[in-house]
Design a protein around this ligand. Structure first.
Ligand SMILES: *[C@@H]1O[C@H](CO)[C@@H](O)[C@H](O)[C@H]1NC(C)=O
Ligand SMILES: *[C@@H]1O[C@H](CO)[C@@H](O)[C@H](O)[C@H]1NC(C)=O
Ligand SMILES: *[C@@H]1O[C@H](CO)[C@@H](O)[C@H](O)[C@H]1NC(C)=O
Ligand SMILES: *[C@@H]1O[C@H](CO)[C@@H](O)[C@H](O)[C@H]1NC(C)=O
Length: 459
């Protein structure tokens, strides 16, 4: 549907609701009501809704260095690739669900007829997780916004001078995201006489593949995800599959948890890729979406986050890399030299960001996520829908505030955050030295080789 149409509709709704009652309901018919539960398949705009109206909007007043003389001297951005197609594995599941709905669903609802007679299964296995056009735009727009937020660092002068470095995972969707980020900048400044290269570095951006202990104990160990399996067999998930069966009017035993997940993905992908509120979304109400979100969060928790210590430790290499860039910039600045790497843009995966966020202590709840505590975890902070949409990013900005006063501001998805457990940082940005002290043990240890080696069985 053309943007202009819903803008007008939106305007009318706003005028009508604003006119005749005291509250305003912002109903955008193109956005599924369950869009905020799509976990790692979610749109970046859902975590920063102001972008829906203006995709290039930034709010510079969120950046509040302790004094007016503070200058940003270095920025590292670790960014997930943009919106992508489903992987071939998920396309297979979606196809299976679609075939079943065509054959066996006898419900009379209009949305069901729409699936059966108008919707076509346009996803093919060869799409295999490739970046889509929306994903190209995710990175182009993010590049422009970062240049507006940090104009002295993400600048034409710095780019032309070779002070902006690009590093990417070798996966096609990451390489293409990196190209898109660069295109965002070169198009912004109309640079046509020069190209800027990037380095492919899987040791850094896909450390999880190279950490033997993680691969053996978690990634390739089916029992590592037993909480996820139990949740999928449990009462909350059964209720979801039964409700889907009722809505389709098929026998309960026809809807597996895989099918429920595939339907959820269909709704999520149609929205993320094409910005449509597809009839597949009608298979879920908000509670169903919360259950499926929890199933996804459980999986991320046990496979990439607090579930096992090796998950976070597998990112030691990226952790040290980030701090060594900060140290280098700090040292260069202190010794009166030009900072040679003003900006580092590193493009990877949700699986790159989550272990690092975990290592730094973000989003840790007092209780672990388990198959049994869906209800009591309703207020958890560990919510991948908020943390890891497409193009999710962790940005670290180093400020020089004069007289050797260096500060470090972390931003997650363009919003300032505070390092968990680091005190005295309300209102102002922590001193870089305090951050280093806070993570002292990790800075002195957290050795990738040591953490990732397999335990040798005693001889
Ligand atoms: C910008 O951020 C500040 C501080 O969070 C907030 O008070 C203000 O309303 C925001 N402005 C806009 C235009 O969003
Ligand atoms: C689903 O439809 C197929 C093909 O029409 C049929 O063979 C099968 O028995 C149906 N299954 C159920 C459970 O209705
Ligand atoms: C990446 O971009 C190139 C050039 O724009 C395009 O030809 C290619 O199909 C893209 N690859 C993927 C995997 O998206
Ligand atoms: C550090 O960087 C700031 C901001 O660019 C600059 O004003 C200051 O002179 C630098 N410090 C030194 C010692 O060069």
């Amino acid at each position: 549907m053309p943007i202009a149409f819903w803008k007008i509709l939106f305007l009318h709704l706003t005028i009508i609701t604003g006119f005749c009652c005291c509250f305003r309901i912002k109903v955008n018919p193109n956005i599924p009501a369950i869009a905020k539960y799509f976990s790692t398949k979610g749109r970046y705009e859902e975590v920063n809704p102001y972008l829906i109206e203006d995709i290039l909007a930034v709010n510079r007043s969120i950046l509040q260095p302790p004094s007016a003389q503070c200058r940003e001297i270095h920025l590292t951005a670790i960014i997930r690739h943009g919106t992508r197609y489903p992987t071939s594995k998920n396309v297979k599941k979606m196809q299976k669900l679609y075939d079943m709905v065509l054959r066996n669903a006898s419900g009379k609802a209009s949305w069901l007829r729409e699936i059966q007679t108008q919707w076509t299964m346009w996803y093919t296995e060869d799409m295999d997780g490739r970046l889509v056009q929306k994903g190209v735009n995710d990175h182009k727009h993010l590049a422009v916004r970062l240049s507006k937020l940090f104009p002295s660092l993400v600048s034409e002068e710095k780019l032309r001078g070779g002070f902006i470095k690009f590093i990417t995972s070798s996966k096609h969707r990451c390489v293409n995201s990196t190209l898109s980020f660069k295109a965002g900048l070169t198009e912004l400044w109309a640079i046509t006489d020069k190209e800027f290269d990037h380095a492919v570095n899987d040791a850094l951006m896909r450390f999880f593949d190279q950490c033997a202990r993680f691969v053996q104990e978690v990634d390739k160990n089916p029992s590592a995800l037993s909480e996820v399996d139990q949740f999928k067999q449990g009462p909350e998930m059964r209720r979801v599959t039964e409700k889907i069966a009722d809505r389709l009017t098929v026998p309960y035993n026809l809807i597996t948890d895989d099918m429920a997940e595939a339907a959820f993905y269909l709704c999520a992908y149609e929205f993320a890729i094409k910005t449509v509120n597809s009839p597949w979304c009608r298979l879920f109400d908000e509670v169903d979406a919360q259950v499926l979100e929890y199933a996804n969060d459980l999986k991320q928790f046990w496979k990439r986050a607090y579930g096992y210590d090796i998950n976070r430790k597998s990112s030691c290499i990226l952790f040290h890399d980030a701090f060594s860039r900060l140290d280098k910039a700090a040292n260069e600045n202190e010794s009166g030299q030009q900072v040679t790497e003003a900006v580092t843009v590193q493009v990877g995966h949700a699986e790159t960001l989550l272990p690092l966020l975990t290592l730094l202590g973000f989003f840790e709840d007092s209780e672990a996520l388990t198959s049994k505590n869906f209800a009591t975890q309703a207020q958890r902070s560990f919510r991948t829908s908020h943390m890891l949409p497409y193009a999710a990013n962790l940005v670290l900005v180093l400020y020089d505030c004069g007289g050797g006063d260096l500060r470090l501001q972390p931003l997650l998805n363009e919003k300032p955050v505070t390092f968990p457990g680091l005190n005295n940082q309300q209102a102002s940005i922590p001193r870089y030295q305090d951050v280093r002290d806070h993570y002292r043990e990790l800075l002195q240890g957290c050795d990738f080789e040591t953490e990732c080696q397999l335990f040798k069985s005693p001889a």
